[in-house]
Design a protein around this ligand. Structure first.
Ligand SMILES: [Zn+2]
Ligand SMILES: [Zn+2]
Length: 114
């Protein structure tokens, strides 16, 4: 299944840590591609993108603006990062991920609504 919002297939491996897409969670959590000619060109898993300072964590969903309690809570609830096309990863809540990209949210035992 092609999960890349922006049309490409899942990359084979991360250019930073060298793990393949499955091992470093690209399949599950997304990845970041930086074009040649920019700082840090390459394709990175979230862990490496975060280490390189390329992830823009925000507690608000990029699309609907709903907020998450924390990065951990967001991850648990099925938020995903996707490249914004400018070389940064931005967060989307589980609802928007499902609605926009057709990716089902994970089964969460206790879903808290505030
Ligand atoms: Zn990596
Ligand atoms: Zn949203």
């Amino acid at each position: 299944m092609n999960r890349n919002v922006f049309g490409g297939a899942t990359p084979e491996s991360c250019d930073c840590c060298g793990r393949d897409a499955e091992d470093c969670g690209m399949d599950d959590f997304g990845w970041l591609t930086r074009e040649a000619g920019r700082e840090y060109p390459g394709t990175y898993c979230l862990g490496c993108a975060s280490l390189l300072g390329l992830v823009l964590w925000s507690e608000h969903c990029t699309l609907c603006g709903i907020s998450a309690e924390s990065e951990e809570a967001a991850e648990r609830e099925g938020w995903r990062y996707f490249s914004d096309g400018w070389g940064h990863l931005v967060p989307f809540c589980a609802v928007c991920v499902a609605a926009e990209f057709g990716i089902a949210p994970p089964v969460v035992q206790h879903r808290h609504h505030h």
